[in-house]
Design a protein around this ligand. Structure first.
Ligand SMILES: Cc1ncc(COP(=O)(O)O)c(C=O)c1O
Length: 451
């Protein structure tokens, strides 16, 4: 019995026995070799293909072990009468083209994401990188981090390999964060209110999932943080943009929306993103008074408040709040490094258990090893030492940049938000569009000056 099989004798990557196996399997699955049909003997197939009998035997053994063919003693080898469902599911794509399946039905949430502009990963490689919000990686205390990693990642210490039973995050880390926040930001909380999360982004995501329904109204700064806006939109929130000026969010404007039932206001009071203004104390108190009256909640995104240059720190809104209205979000992305993916959310006490459940459902918990390392890093004083060092480094960079901008653009440049944080905003007096400016700056750097 002849069976047409094509083999590629030049293929260095797929051995012949695998090719024979694949060809026979395809022939069975697409019905060329129907159920109960005899398959050629190993001897005849090896002869007709001009390959060794051992090669064919290996392929047959594989097909037998997977239930495609069977040998009936004294009669020969046959295609099995019934192929198990899971084999049919593994039919190669080219053989299932004719099976039409109904279009996959997406959830409402998925529909909200179809148009979402999630940031891409393309970024031109340049010698000077002006991308905002990136810490200076070359100044990271790698040796200390490495030492702490080795301390925990050792044969005598393997308890971090197991699942964590603490859905809010490693308790010693939560305690370390509580005392750090109380010292540096006047945040008032106990460890039960703190959730360790995968950065600000996850905090915002969980807040949305648990507190916002489609059509609920939220207010946010204009201009503001796009990644927050993306999460809010994905949950179907109705967004009210509130302008910011040199004192931060214009609370007066917020108060004018008397016909709207605003559920949450998202703010970056320590260093408004992107303008850099700092929400003044009177405005903070006004905002808190407004939440007391309306029952709205505040998301306080305190993403880079550690860096202030010459200004006295203003206590976090959370610390000034007396009515459990603030959900305080912090991150280690700026003070340490963003790929660490550790941030925290300080919640009103009543909400903490619910968030812990949501976190577990979402991704169980964060890796324990990094939480152990970070705990020691904070408790042994490395974090605050690193912040002090970086504050002076960023201050120097900032002065150099401000000086260069003034030197080159003179009256045509307005610099905003340079008193805090790790970015500043520049307004240029020019008829050129943003894209043109970016392009010309690139040309300038590569030597094709056209400004
Ligand atoms: C306003 C603001 N919040 C938070 C973050 C940090 O987000 P994550 O903690 O998810 O890295 C950033 C990063 O650029 C930011 O600009």
């Amino acid at each position: 019995m002849d069976l047409a099989i094509s083999l590629d004798f030049n293929n260095k990557y797929v051995p012949l026995h695998r090719q024979v196996y694949e060809e026979l399997r395809k022939a069975i699955l697409c019905g060329r070799l129907p159920a109960k049909h005899r398959v050629p003997s190993t001897r005849s197939l090896s002869q007709s293909l001009g390959i060794s009998r051992t090669t064919v035997t290996i392929s047959y053994e594989q097909l037998k072990s997977e239930g495609y063919i069977e040998t009936l003693v004294g009669s020969g080898t046959f295609v099995c009468a019934q192929l198990p469902d899971d084999l049919l599911r593994s039919i190669p794509v080219e053989h299932v083209q004719k099976i039409t399946r109904p279009q996959i039905q997406l959830s409402k949430y998925a529909h909200s994401l179809v148009e979402a502009d999630v940031p891409g990963i393309t970024e031109p490689l340049t010698t000077i990188n002006f991308r905002y919000g990136r810490p200076a990686f070359d100044k990271f205390p790698m040796q200390i981090w490495h030492k702490l990693l080795s301390r925990h990642c050792s044969p005598v210490n393997s308890n971090w390999l197991d699942y964590s039973t603490d859905h809010k995050g490693y308790l010693p880390l939560r305690k370390a964060i509580v005392s750090y926040l109380s010292r540096s930001r006047a945040v008032k909380c106990d460890p039960d209110q703190v959730m360790i999360l995968n950065g600000t982004q996850q905090a915002l995501y969980l807040i949305m999932r648990l507190l916002i329904d489609t059509g609920d109204t939220m207010a946010l700064e204009e201009p503001g943080y796009l990644s927050a806006r993306r999460v809010f939109l994905s949950q179907g929130a109705k967004l009210l943009p509130i302008n910011v000026d040199s004192e931060g969010l214009m609370v007066e404007e917020l108060k004018q929306y008397t016909n709207e039932s605003i559920k949450i206001v998202y703010v970056t009071p320590s260093h408004q993103f992107p303008t850099g203004s700092i929400l003044s104390l009177p405005r903070r108190l006004e905002l808190l008074a407004w939440t007391r009256q309306t029952g709205a909640l505040i998301i306080e995104d305190d993403y880079d408040s550690e860096y202030r240059y010459g200004e006295r720190p203003i206590p976090a809104l959370q610390g000034l709040d007396e009515s459990d209205s603030v959900l305080y979000v912090g991150t280690f992305s700026k003070v340490l490094f963003p790929s660490l993916r550790i941030g925290y959310l300080v919640l009103p006490k009543s909400l903490a258990p619910l968030f812990a459940r949501a976190k577990w459902l979402n991704d169980r918990h964060l890796p324990l090893l990094e939480q152990y390392v970070l705990t020691d890093f904070i408790e042994e004083g490395h974090l605050e030492r690193h912040i002090r060092k970086m504050r002076s480094h960023y201050d120097q960079c900032r002065q150099i940049l401000v000086q260069a901008l003034k030197e080159h653009f003179g009256e045509r440049v307005k610099i905003l938000g340079e008193k805090a944080g790790i970015h500043l905003m520049v307004k240029l007096q020019t008829p050129l569009s943003d894209e043109e400016i970016v392009q010309r700056a690139g040309n300038e750097w590569s030597g094709n000056a056209s400004c």
